[in-house]
Design a protein around this ligand. Sequence first.
Ligand code: ADP
Ligand code: MG
Length: 169
Amino acid sequence: MKERTLVIIKPDGVERNLIGKIIDYYERGGLKITAMKMVRADKALVGRHYPEDDEYMTTLGKKSEKAGEKIKDYKAMGRKIVGWLRTYITRGPVVAMVLEGTNAIQRVREITGYTDPSAAEKGTIRGDLGNDSILKANKERRSAENLIHASGNREEAEREIKLWFPEMG
Ligand code: ADP
Ligand code: MG
């Protein structure tokens, strides 16, 4: 099924001059870029992009546990992480784009790889180009840097495209 999804090259991808390489993974994967811009996200936009809902906070906390951290309260850990995450995403310009293709949401997630670069599969963007880990990041009280945001499902994709590209409704 033809779908569209949102990808953001996070500040570390821009800082490390990886924009071209990253885009190449998606284009070689058969996805079409239908919108793209470089922006400096402000706190309001990022607050809406990563909302602090309980279920999502728990997911973030569980990812720390999966990486080997001892977590008592997932939600409390998630709230800490989302704060670090907002600092990370707003520290410099990002490149936001809409990608289209057959099963674009799932395809883009596969090409991107797992959240924790130290556990991401080789051949994926995070596995090949990522150089951070959740464990190291948590010790340093900051978000894991993993180059990319990619929408997780259809609902997220539609909500995020409207947020970053209001003109695309
Ligand atoms: P994904 O980007 O793979 O969809 P999430 O939506 O769960 O992952 O998390 C959003 C972002 O927050 C991740 O891309 C990563 O930068 C950061 N992050 C997620 N979980 C953790 C964690 N446990 N510790 C540190 N940073 C995290
Ligand atoms: Mg996500």
